[in-house]
Design a protein around this ligand. Sequence first.
Ligand code: SF4
Length: 191
Amino acid sequence: MLGAILTQNTAWTNVERALSQLRAEIPLRPESVLALAEPALAELIRPSGYFNVKARRLRSFCEALLEAGGEAALAALPTDQLRQWLLAINGIGPETADDILLYAFERPVFVVDAYTRRLFGRLGLIAGDESYEDIRQHVEAALGPDVACFNEYHALIVRHAKEVCRARKPGCQVCLLSRGCQQREDESQSP
Ligand code: SF4
């Protein structure tokens, strides 16, 4: 769950470095995070970027987690209620909340990130101005409530967007989705 906050606006490799530094100092439990002074926490998570903001967010999350009775108490909540609880915490937006719901609580919630928007936009599946909720609900309705499927589907989108449908110079010539892609020709002919 801490990783979902640390990964905001940064690559997962940076999160792994931050978590590794944190783990070397304290057990990854809310009580231990809160026992650290905020500047010390910020210093330990420095590799994740925006470390002062993220230190505050981690503390807010850990305080809320303990107040709610811990992870086991939250795991008993229905998904909608758990999502509302997450969204009420300072610094947790829809993407982070859904990250936590899918990966930590194994709830059938689809995570819409920048990779998803880029790939869906290029494929013509979205216009680009849809809200987060519109895209999330559309994908969830199309795929059905299946945690393993959402997990795999999101992982495949991320991998494709990183390795082939890159932000700059996408590899349209080797893309398996090129036949159905509205941006294939333009992108493949760009210098
Ligand atoms: S054809 Fe190009 S732009 Fe379209 S999905 Fe594939 S890599 Fe992305």
